[in-house]
Design a protein around this ligand. Structure first.
Ligand code: GTP
Ligand code: MG
Length: 381
């Protein structure tokens, strides 16, 4: 679920999954999503079409990742985009294309998300005429951004056309082909200590990692390495541990995990080091079969012509300057990169190392008027 703030992503997640994913006190107070939300849903089909309410035959189960739309939370959205197989771009009919509609659409493109369904939401809040006008505006925007996606008018709040939306998801976002023989790569988006305060020492369970397995297979009992790991002195050290259980919300525990959907990995790690998402941005896999940890990186950079995240302004993207700090998102990691040199390629020294494959995209944001704005991306040269 991606799109501009308040356009109805969390409401739509609930309409599809039955789960309200904004649960943190700060989110409830401010009425916006701050952390990533996760919700599993299953689609069914009977003589009346598709539904998510268990009527008829089971078609497919999917995990939704509900991203925040607020402009200050782009780093969170970018982390989410690295674990999505497809995206629902939510656009409120009464507001139309806004700054983060464009910025999220760009981010999805950079992340290589080709399968997109556009949700024209809040259709209940506009006249038929304005809905049609807005629909045209959306089609124009999609053409301009080179996105091939159906546009489905819905009301997430009143649960109108959810059946047609599911049908569009089934058509446009098929389950991708996976290679179960590949070396496993698990991207950590969350981590927690699941023990209640005051738990008996004997009953304490190890730290839990939440995220997505993007390739390969993991089994209970497997040894895994987590990179770049934890901070030790002035550097970072990989951690090796064992998988004690595998689970996903609403389904329960299983012995073996393959890619697709969100996954929680129970480990033998000291829960103190996984507390409060401390392991976010790490990659887990088989020891000795992991992508390298990079303290610096040289990138072939592609910059946008314009900064897309502004509401009113049309701002050109200036060339990258030696010495400037850039925000770098790769997989679910976020770090600061200082530009060391630039020519045909850009050399960055990374404040916190990242674990990344050669084919991973490095998303680049620059601080403009006090906010990080997406300006382009790079791939290791
Ligand atoms: P962020 O996560 O903060 O970016 O917002 P969001 O996109 O998740 O929006 P959210 O679901 O929190 O909804 C924002 C507001 O829009 C809430 O007051 C919802 O009740 C309202 N809303 C969502 N969907 C609809 C809809 O279909 N019709 C109407 N009228 N209001 C809606
Ligand atoms: Mg939300």
């Amino acid at each position: 679920m991606i799109g501009h703030v308040d356009h109805g992503k969390t409401t739509l997640t609930q309409a599809l999954s039955g789960k309200w994913t904004d649960t943190f006190s700060e989110e409830l107070k401010r009425g916006i999503t701050i952390k990533l939300g996760y919700a599993n849903a299953c689609f069914f089909r009977d003589e009346n079409g598709f539904n998510a309410e268990g009527k008829g035959k089971l078609v497919r189960c999917v995990s939704f990742v509900d991203a925040p739309g607020h402009e200050a939370l782009m780093a969170v959205m970018l982390a989410a985009s690295s674990i999505m197989d497809g995206a629902l771009l939510v656009i409120a009919a009464n507001e139309g294309i806004r700054a983060q509609t464009r910025e999220h659409a760009m981010a999805a493109k950079i992340a290589g998300i080709k399968n997109v369904v556009v949700v024209q939401n809040k259709i209940d809040s506009v006249s038929r005429e304005d809905a049609l006008k807005n629909h045209e505006e959306i089609e124009k925007f999609l053409k301009e951004y080179g996105i091939d996606a159906p546009v489905i008018p819905v009301s997430a709040l009143h649960r109108v056309n959810i059946d047609l939306l599911i049908e569009a998801i089934e058509k446009k976002i098929p389950t991708p082909e996976r290679d179960p023989k590949a070396d496993p790569k698990f991207l950590v988006v969350r981590s927690f200590d699941v023990n209640k305060p005051g738990t008996d020492l004997q009953k304490l369970v190890g730290g839990v990692l939440g995220g997505a397995l993007v390739r390969g297979k993991l089994k209970v009992g497997d040894e895994i390495e987590i990179r770049p790991g934890i901070k030790k002195g002035t550097g970072w050290e990989p951690v090796i541990t064992e998988i004690t259980n595998l689970a996903t919300e609403g389904v329960g525990f299983f012995k073996e995990a393959t890619p697709g959907g969100s996954l929680a990995i129970g480990t033998k790690l000291d829960p103190a080091i996984t507390k409060r998402d401390a392991m976010m941005g790490n990659v887990a896999g088989k020891p000795g079969k992991m992508p390298p940890v990079l303290n610096s990186v040289t990138l072939d950079v592609e910059l946008f012509e314009r900064v897309v995240g502004f509401e009113e302004k049309e701002l050109k993207v200036d060339p990258i300057r030696v010495g400037e700090p850039l925000m770098i998102n790769v997989n679910t990691a976020v770090t600061l990169g200082i530009v060391k040199s630039k020519g045909d390629t850009v050399e960055l020294s990374l404040k916190k190392p990242v674990c990344a494959d050669r084919e991973d995209r490095f998303v680049i944001s620059r601080r403009i008027d006090g906010k990080w704005r997406l300006i382009g991306y790079g791939i290791p040269a």
